[in-house]
Ligand binder design. Structure first.
Ligand code: NAD
Length: 484
């Protein structure tokens, strides 16, 4: 294992600080061993961070800048991340479990948000509304002020980058509550903010327990906007707390996303969608392809192909998996791995059949075999509940209408996919699927430029794309009565 700093601090008002709630052990899920300690924030630390961000906002140090200046700073943060990719990626792998090549992709993905939203800073423009000869009316988009951001452990770098870059580009200051399982890599946002010349207090980064620091941040009366990425239950708690102060939220929650595979689909090409869709980041992706709904005529061939794929992936410590290839790392923690294994066991008790994997690996650390379940029916818990692990469920359909009905049959609505050579059929399904994104013939098609978010219990509001900018600004209308 590489040497990494034994103790990591929070970052408040431009300075590194211990936490009022003590320290937390950060565990390497690739070994089960302690990796480092991180300061734990309490409510007083959260308050200091919010006050620092508020001071920056009220000073106008960010919001009064010409947008091109803010955009340059935001882009510089992204460049800083890329310049330090060799330092950041191993730490991400060691605390989160993903293969080193995936960690490097995550650093690049995080940097891409700063590039995109840095470029967008100058595009946030108001409009003039005609009210007749006696008036001049125009709108402006103003930053909310203090943007509170609560981050999950599956992509600790990219999820922070997604919200932070848009918040800064629009002139907000931010307080970030990092996930307690994977808090370390967020430190580089503090370094990046300093290197880019942002004022002290514009970016504050705290690790704390959800029910302490997280709850203190979401209920703080002086935050002005909140972005939460995480589970449905926590999203409900956070939105409820924010509602008490009439603070608007963006909620990016979980999913049980389905790919519909028609009888004319290219199954060989689809193997790559499965590989990325459910075994990337060991399935700990909110928009993972956790269900495949396949036409009954192609079922057996598809199950055979995916079983071979699942068995071909080498599973082990991410730090030894530097090169892109057929491999998978640890899950984030043993408890997350055990939860996934329990859900697989319950599925088999309910009548599902294991076509590949299903077991924990006999290794120290949080490892699980890439898993494939078939004979899954829509009523089973495995077909309805998010596993957040490398577990794919295969269901069958006879008619296109039945496929869409099954895809839409969970309370979630994050992503969905249609695999067919028939454009009419794909377009029809795209209209009927209740999900924030529909992928046709490529799972995860899209990018930072395309809006992302949920229908139903997968949340509301959109991150990514130009849509997201509107979550970070409020519209002011100025109506002027002309006197002469
Ligand atoms: P989680 O809800 O347990 O925790 C997320 C964050 O919320 C953590 O920082 C945690 O400390 C904090 N938190 C927990 N309780 C809190 C409380 N009472 N008040 C305030 N903050 C609190 O989620 P997780 O287990 O870290 O992440 C996995 C979940 O996130 C999955 O359901 C996944 O689908 C979802 N997710 C969604 C997206 C998306 O964009 N839609 C992206 C990534 C993850």
């Amino acid at each position: 294992m590489r040497d990494i700093k034994p103790f990591w601090q929070n970052y408040i008002d431009g300075a590194w600080a211990d936490g009022g709630a003590g320290r937390i052990d950060v565990i390497n899920p690739g070994t089960g061993q302690k990796l480092a300690e991180h300061a734990l924030a309490d409510a007083a630390d959260v308050d200091r961070a919010v006050q620092a961000a508020r001071r920056v906002h009220l000073s106008g140090a960010l919001s009064d800048l010409r947008p091109v200046e803010r955009g340059r700073m935001v882009r510089a943060m992204g460049r800083y991340l890329l310049d330090h990719i060799d330092d950041i990626a191993p730490v991400l792998t060691l605390e989160q479990g993903k293969p080193l090549w995936e960690a490097r992709m995550e650093v690049e993905g995080a940097a891409r948000y700063f590039e995109y939203y840095g470029n967008q800073a100058e595009t946030v423009e108001g409009r003039s509304i005609p009210l007749g000869a006696g008036y001049f009316d125009f709108t402006t988009h103003e930053p909310y002020g203090v943007s509170a951001q609560i981050i999950p452990w599956n992509y600790p770098l990219e999820m922070t980058a997604r919200s932070l870059s848009a918040a800064l580009a629009t002139g907000n200051a931010a307080v970030i509550k990092t996930p307690e399982l994977t808090p370390l890599v967020n430190a580089w946002f503090a370094h990046a903010a300093e290197a880019a010349g942002l004022p002290a207090g514009a970016v504050n980064i705290l690790c704390g327990l959800g029910h302490q620091a997280g709850a203190a941040l979401s209920s703080h009366p002086q935050i002005n906007q909140l972005v939460f990425t995480g589970s449905v239950a926590t999203g409900i708690a956070i939105a409820t707390a924010a509602a008490q102060n009439v603070v608007p939220c963006v909620l990016e929650l979980g999913g049980k996303s389905a790919a519909i595979v028609h009888e004319d689909a290219d199954l060989e090409a689809f193997e790559s969608d499965v590989r990325w869709g459910i075994y990337f980041n060991a399935g700990q992706v909110c928009s993972a392809m956790s269900r495949v709904i396949v036409h009954e005529s192609r079922h057996d061939e598809l199950v055979e192909r995916i079983s071979v794929l699942a068995r071909s992936l080498s599973v082990g410590p991410g730090i030894d998996r530097a090169a892109f290839g057929p491999n998978m790392g640890a899950l984030v923690s043993e408890s997350q791995r055990d939860r996934a294994a329990r859900m697989v066991a319950q599925a088999t008790e309910e009548g599902a059949r294991l076509a590949a994997g299903g077991r924990k690996l006999n290794l120290p650390g949080a490892f699980m075999e890439p898993t494939l379940l078939c004979d899954v029916t829509p009523g089973m818990s495995i077909a309805r509940e998010e596993v957040f692990g490398p577990v794919l469920s295969v269901l069958k359909f006879r008619t296109a209408a039945e496929a869409v009905e099954i895809a839409n049959s969970t309370p979630f609505g994050l992503a969905s996919g249609v695999f067919t050579r028939d454009l009419d059929r794909a377009t029809q399904a795209a209209r009927q699927l209740r999900a924030g994104q529909v992928y046709v013939n490529e799972w995860y098609a899209g990018g930072v430029e395309t809006p992302f978010g949920g229908y139903g219990q997968s949340g509301y509001g959109r991150e990514k794309g130009r849509e997201a900018l509107l979550n970070y600004v409020q519209t002011k209308n100025v109506a002027i009565r002309l006197r002469s």
